[in-house]
Ligand binder design. Sequence first.
Ligand SMILES: C[S@@+](CC[C@H](N)C(=O)[O-])C[C@H]1O[C@@H](n2cnc3c(N)ncnc32)[C@H](O)[C@@H]1O
Length: 224
Amino acid sequence: MTVEDWEKRWKLEQTGFHMDQVHPMLVKYYSKLTRDKPKLRFYLPLCGKSVDLKWLSDNGHDVVGCDGSDIGCQDFFKENSLPYTSEALPESTGGGVLYQNKEKNIKLYRCDFFKLSPEIIGQFDCIWDRGSFVAIPVTERGRYAELILQSLKPTGRYLLDTFQLPHQNYQGPPFNTEEDEVNKYFGQKCTIEKLAVNNVFNQKHLEQWKVEYFNEIVYLLTSK
Ligand SMILES: C[S@@+](CC[C@H](N)C(=O)[O-])C[C@H]1O[C@@H](n2cnc3c(N)ncnc32)[C@H](O)[C@@H]1O
């Protein structure tokens, strides 16, 4: 799916991925990710209108998100009753826009992830990746991983939430992610710790999606 395809989904309100509460895996592994340090720089690639952005800001961090959808970025601020400003990003971003609320230290880059370089957004202490690595086309995973690694400070930590599911009857996204792929893309530069394996679908969901299993696997990656 292209950024334009995603924007169509947003227009049609096909946003079943959005959660109204803070993601339980972020809450559970928050201390492991942050080592309880204050005022960290957080990056949420392909963030949508995730309420996690606000939660992290409420916890005192500087929060940067990136999403290709204007609707997603604007809805985040509107639904959280946060005023925001908007400004054009450099041409290299292909017409991107920066939405921000300075008081809460939240910046949302409405931009194709692949056009947002660390020169523009800087590097981060923590990255929270939910519905992001698993959403981009599988053929783009190498490029995605490269940019993520460039965006991580040498001391940075990366919480990666993935799914395992069969694609016989369900095309995706999300796209299946095996542990050896995580190793392939990140293993040279990061130490990888598998934190959780959760069976997230009940029988009804499995039947709806026509999949035999749907597991969430959460990893913590730390720079070597
Ligand atoms: C599955 S949703 C996950 C959203 C969010 N992480 C969450 O947990 O609610 C994937 C998001 O990625 C965005 N997206 C997809 N491809 C993108 C790209 N190349 N650059 C920026 N955003 C992209 C879509 O607009 C969509 O909001």
